[in-house]
Design a protein around this ligand. Structure first.
Ligand SMILES: NC(=O)c1ccc[n+]([C@@H]2O[C@H](COP(=O)([O-])OP(=O)(O)OC[C@H]3O[C@@H](n4cnc5c(N)ncnc54)[C@H](OP(=O)(O)O)[C@@H]3O)[C@@H](O)[C@H]2O)c1
Length: 310
């Protein structure tokens, strides 16, 4: 298939480019910085330079190209502020950015659209021991700062599901780890001896290795059902404490330092809600059943190259 990919130079984008090339797809990668052209060319893709938030520039850049599928994997999380605000650029990418990419899909004749969504769209609260599936309410607002992310996840999903003449598919990813993802980010912080955890009990959530996330995106693009969302998570949810302890061990960093919970909530309110309040166990059964996808790394230890726990 001919694929137009936004977010190609990111933590998920780079392994995704490799996975698309390996599966025989032809990729046109939207990049903002021409200097990153080499990164995508090395993975078999052609680059077009455009900013997804610049509608007219994007449409000019893709004009005249024929595309089968558009994939939206763009975020601006790397430079995120400590406090999440309504004008956050990643929220805009999921809202207006999706609208612009849907226009790009129309201009290029694409009939399918795969978008990045998040399991936290099930709501930033403690979901207890219940295992969440795609049949659970998505977009649950709970009255904390996480609602902004929930709303943005719903915004991207609803747009692609409602797009006339375009088959829309959403990938509800768990927490990314692997090269350039959360694990590398926390390893860097621990090397600098920065506190990375709230004290006491931390929330449990579902993670996914970026290579498995990329493989799922290819499977969804090829076999996903129109109007369907798929949870893309590994087999064994883990607490943030277990995650960060495993990252420290795998990367050989100093032990993680913890912040008092009140301070964490005050200093980084969004991360505080995520790591203290947002417990969720999520099932990938539908992705396995319909896409034939299972994670290569069933849990964090496998994905981080650690020996299985006995
Ligand atoms: N489920 C999760 O846990 C989850 C989900 C998303 C992200 N994250 C975390 O967030 C961090 C970043 O991961 P990521 O892969 O999402 O982000 P990333 O590595 O920063 O990549 C974002 C991609 O989107 C592109 N992009 C951003 N704004 C754009 C715009 N306006 N127009 C066109 N392209 C644009 C970037 O291009 P440039 O190269 O030009 O910047 C890059 O290719 C990681 O630590 C990851 O673990 C976690």
């Amino acid at each position: 298939m001919k694929v137009l990919l936004a977010g190609a130079t990111g933590a998920i984008g780079l392994p995704l480019l490799s996975a698309l090339e390996a599966a025989g797809h032809q990729v046109t990668a939207i990049i903002r910085d021409p200097a990153k052209g080499r990164l995508v060319a090395d993975r078999g893709a052609i680059a077009v330079v455009a900013d997804v938030m610049d509608r007219d520039g994007l449409l000019r850049a893709v004009d005249g190209r024929a595309v089968d599928v558009v994939m939206h994997q763009a975020t601006a999380l790397r430079g995120a502020r400590r406090t999440l605000r309504p004008d956050d650029p990643t929220l805009a990418l999921r809202g207006r950015g999706t609208a612009h990419l849907l226009e790009a899909a129309r201009v290029t004749g694409a009939r399918r659209f795969v978008t990045q969504s998040l399991i936290t769209g099930y709501g930033y609260r403690d979901h207890g021991s219940r295992v969440l599936t795609e049949d659970d309410v998505f977009g649950l607002r709970v009255g904390n700062v996480g609602d902004l992310v929930t709303d943005a996840s719903v915004a991207t999903e609803q747009q692609v599901f409602a797009a006339d003449g375009i088959e829309g598919i959403a990938l509800r990813y768990g927490m990314f780890y692997g090269r350039n993802a959360f694990s590398d980010m926390f390893a860097d912080l621990m090397r600098r001896r920065a506190p990375v955890l709230p004290r006491g009990r931390t929330a449990t959530t579902s993670f996914i290795h970026v290579e498995d996330a990329a493989a799922a995106a290819v499977a969804a693009m090829e076999r996903g059902r129109d109007g369907q969302a798929y949870n893309i998570v590994d087999d064994h949810p883990a607490s943030w404490r277990d995650f960060i302890t495993a990252v420290a061990r795998a990367h050989g960093t100093p032990r993680p330092l913890a912040l008092p919970r009140w301070m964490m909530r005050l200093a980084v309110p969004y991360l505080g809600h995520l790591m203290i309040d947002t417990s969720m166990r999520v099932s990938h059964a539908r992705a396995t059943r319909e896409l034939g996808w299972t994670p290569t790394y069933p849990d964090l230890r496998a994905g981080l190259g650690l020996a299985p726990s006995s």
